[in-house]
Design a protein around this ligand. Structure first.
Ligand code: DON
Length: 560
């Protein structure tokens, strides 16, 4: 009976009557840390809805995963209400008012070798995360903000135990953390990475969270916290001003909606490139299905075909995409069927394309974190949040406990010069005051007549290809555990190579892909940290799974 209701609900939604709730009768949270998942579930059990739970989960992640996302960063949240309306909360960082296109170049016009777009306070955009908490809580949540921040405040004040993942990422960023005394004081012990099990306390961060709980966004963006932040940042050579903080605004946007076969996918819109790139890849698949290239495709045919889709979408990302408030992105043209048919038409079944000769539109880790939440009334949240690199810029404002992001590196700091993820870009994504850097973060919802899923992952430029492969697996009916653990591969146009996890291909597949002309680049480690909640409409069952590559936890709890 239950399953029939769900099927009817889904079919109505797919038919455009998106008003019937996706009543699963299950609360579920999947996040990258057990303490965060537990805080989210607790919110659901004590009067909160999915939006309360998402805030509680994200706030704890900001404390216990200081390397991944936090109050000094930003992100994108897809919120789906009971009536199935979905809104995207754009909490992306903005470039400070004194930013300009050449700010990371030396006098010769070359990228500065000391990498100020990655390390130290010049790397940081104005954070959006505190504003997102206040905004979502005010408009969508049931519980007071203080209740949703309580677990995070307690963990910041009383401390949490350092785990292996913390140690890995702190070791990787130790050099920059040591350069900033307050970062070293909080995140290191006598200049060394603390042992597993050490209690890490962040009392200044607890105070700042209290201010936010007390006064909402103003508690962060004006008043004493803002003053202290600006003092600390400027004393260390940064350019933030009180006016930059006061001007920060959340933007509510429509998500990108993709219809492919019987699936409806909702995902991040600009200034994340994720939605546009996914729309292009699915659009090319619709224009030229794989069976037009191979009557009976095998695994290598599929890898080749999907790689070529990625290559083409990432090229348009590099050429055309940026903050839509600053750049006229030819969105309609990039999604038009004649353009996508032409792009897909250039895929050769037996040869890898050369990234340099693609047709143009002619117009113009392990760090970062994802959380997925479902409540028993069918509200859904898919949120990807970031401070960019592990420990962001490495600079902690001592007075406020805020660790600054290094999201400025997501801009094209010089046209054609790859950023930290090897992504190239041009004028569309150059640094400009007040602008949001182009992102790849792609929190996503998908509904088919058979299944519904909440999906997302960190992983820099590879986020989009991971979500793409995950969505295809959802549509193909793969089990939840297999979807998050599947070996991954990726192509991003430049560098012109298939990047892959060590175990992604069999020797025979490698041989055949190379014979097609693909360059294979084993990245030497696993990547991504996917958090998936999957509802099967036939059985009525919801499963939540955390990527085995991480230390996350996912729990699905039926509600009586
Ligand atoms: O917005 C972006 O695309 C990046 N700042 C995301 C960074 C990320 O996922 C790092 N994870 N490994």
């Amino acid at each position: 009976m239950l399953s029939r209701t769900l099927i009817v609900a889904t079919l109505l939604a797919l038919a455009g009557c998106a008003t019937t709730p996706l009543s699963t009768g299950t609360n579920a949270v999947a996040s990258a840390h057990p303490l965060a998942t537990q805080a989210g579930l607790q919110a659901l059990q004590t009067g909160g809805n999915a939006f309360d739970a998402a805030i509680a989960t994200a706030a704890v992640l900001a404390v216990v995963e200081p390397y991944s996302a936090g109050m000094g960063g930003g992100g994108f949240w897809l919120l789906q209400k009971r009536n199935r309306e979905t809104v995207m909360i754009d909490a992306r960082e903005t470039a400070p008012g004194q930013s300009h296109p050449d700010m990371y170049l030396n006098e010769a016009g070359e990228v500065r070798s000391d990498q100020p777009s990655l390390n130290g306070p010049l790397a940081a955009g104005i954070p959006g995360q505190p504003a997102a908490f206040a905004h979502i809580n005010r408009l969508y949540a049931e519980r007071p903000l203080r209740a949703n921040l309580a677990a995070a405040i307690r963990l910041a004040r009383q401390g949490f135990r350092i785990d292996e993942r913390y140690r890995d990422l702190a070791s990787w960023r130790r050099k920059v953390l040591r350069q900033h005394p307050d970062s070293a004081r909080v995140f290191l012990h006598k200049g060394k990475v603390p042992e597993t099990g050490t209690l890490l306390r962040q009392p200044a961060l607890a105070d700042t969270l209290e201010q936010l709980a007390e006064d909402g966004a103003e508690g962060f963006y004006s008043g004493p916290v803002a003053r202290q932040l600006v003092e600390d940042v400027q004393a260390a050579g940064g350019i933030w001003t009180k006016a930059d903080l006061a001007a920060y605004q959340i933007i509510e946007r429509d998500p990108v909606t993709i219809r492919y076969r019987d699936a409806v996918i909702q995902t991040a819109s600009l200034p994340s490139s994720g939605g546009m790139a996914l729309a292009q890849m699915f659009g090319m698949m619709a224009e030229r299905p794989i069976t037009e290239l191979y009557p009976e495709p095998d695994a290598v045919d599929r890898i080749h075909y999907r790689t070529e889709l990625m290559r083409r979408a990432y090229r348009d990302r590099a050429r055309h995409m940026g903050d839509p408030a600053y750049t006229d992105v030819p969105r309609e043209r990039l999604r038009s069927s004649d353009y996508l048919a032409r792009q897909a038409g250039s895929i050769e079944p037996l040869t890898a394309s050369d990234s340099r000769t693609l047709f143009d539109a002619g117009t113009g880790g392990r760090h970062t974190t994802h959380l997925s939440v479902l409540d028993s009334d069918g509200r859904r949240v898919s949120a990807t949040l970031s401070i960019n690199w592990p420990f962001g810029s490495g600079f902690l404002s001592g007075q406020t406990g805020i660790l600054l992001n290094n999201e400025m590196n997501d801009f094209a700091i010089k046209p054609g010069v790859p950023n930290a993820y090897g992504l190239v870009g041009g004028k569309a994504n150059q640094v400009e005051a007040g602008k949001r850097p182009l992102s790849s973060m792609s929190p996503t919802l998908i509904d088919t007549p058979q299944r519904s899923a909440i999906i997302g992952t960190p992983g820099g430029s590879r986020i989009i290809s991971m979500v793409f492969l995950g969505l295809l697996d959802v549509m193909d009916g793969h089990p939840a555990g297999a979807i998050v653990s599947r070996p991954r591969y990726h192509h991003q146009y430049q560098p012109d190579q298939i990047q892959h996890e060590p175990e992604a291909f069999t020797p025979d597949q490698r041989f055949r892909l190379q014979a097609l002309g693909h360059r294979l680049e084993n990245v030497g480690r696993e990547y991504g940290n996917m958090q998936l909640i999957l509802t099967d409409h036939t059985s009525g069952q919801t499963q939540a799974v955390a990527d085995p590559r991480g230390i996350g936890q996912a729990i699905a709890q039926p509600v009586d």
